[in-house]
Design a protein around this ligand. Sequence first.
Ligand SMILES: Nc1ncnc2c1ncn2[C@@H]1O[C@H](COP(=O)(O)OP(=O)(O)OP(=O)(O)O)[C@@H](O)[C@H]1O
Length: 240
Amino acid sequence: MRTAVSTTSGAGGPDEPVLRLEGVHKVYGTDETRHVALDGVTVDFHAARLTALVGHSGSGKSTLLNVSGGLEQVTSGTIILAGHVLTAMGPAELTRTRASLVSYVFQEYNLIRTMTVLENVCLPLELSGMARAEARRRAATALERTGVPRHTRKFPDQLSGGEQQRVAIARAIADQRPLVLADEPTGALDSANGERVVELLREVAAGGVACVVATHNPEVTAAADHIVRIQDGRVVEGGA
Ligand SMILES: Nc1ncnc2c1ncn2[C@@H]1O[C@H](COP(=O)(O)OP(=O)(O)OP(=O)(O)O)[C@@H](O)[C@H]1O
């Protein structure tokens, strides 16, 4: 069950984006170390869409994902996630909201090496309060969907990079959250495994999820339903 949050925007109709950024600025450092990573970003991300977030190295893609998922605070501006105003929340409410609405996939997979594949996928489900049996059932279904059901008892180090990334995607989709944020998910993979991951992300989006992928990979961009291009912290294509 989703955790109720009180900081709502009053939005959330069927045509509303899952994620909306309005005039978002993110400034790192001060004085001579000051760097404007996001410079007034306004952009929408919709359900059932695979969006490729593209731009040169240092343009602000990871920063955009991090503030969108509540991993980092904005300097100014508004972020609305499924009708909840993230930027108006205190830390506890933000953590609860994030845990119920957002999943992440990273280039480095971020699996826990001392836990089996099944345990890795179960972990966020159990942390959100799901009973162990139900968590195992959902995790097994997710691993089936991502094509790694035979490896449930193995540890991450016993899998190839491509398999580990598919486990990470299984973990991201097991809880059926409405927003998946992926940061260079094919960056460490060869092209065959990269293609497999792109296909999976397309399937995830087709299942109704707003899937946002920061990428330098032209195959991800070619497979995307929508492209958002960012340059020097500004959206120059695909913005709201
Ligand atoms: N914690 C931080 N402190 C200071 N500057 C930062 C920090 N994180 C990012 N930056 C700077 O903000 C800018 C945007 O970084 P970001 O990681 O969002 O770029 P990116 O588009 O994801 O790059 P890449 O494609 O290389 O991953 C960069 O110039 C970076 O150096």
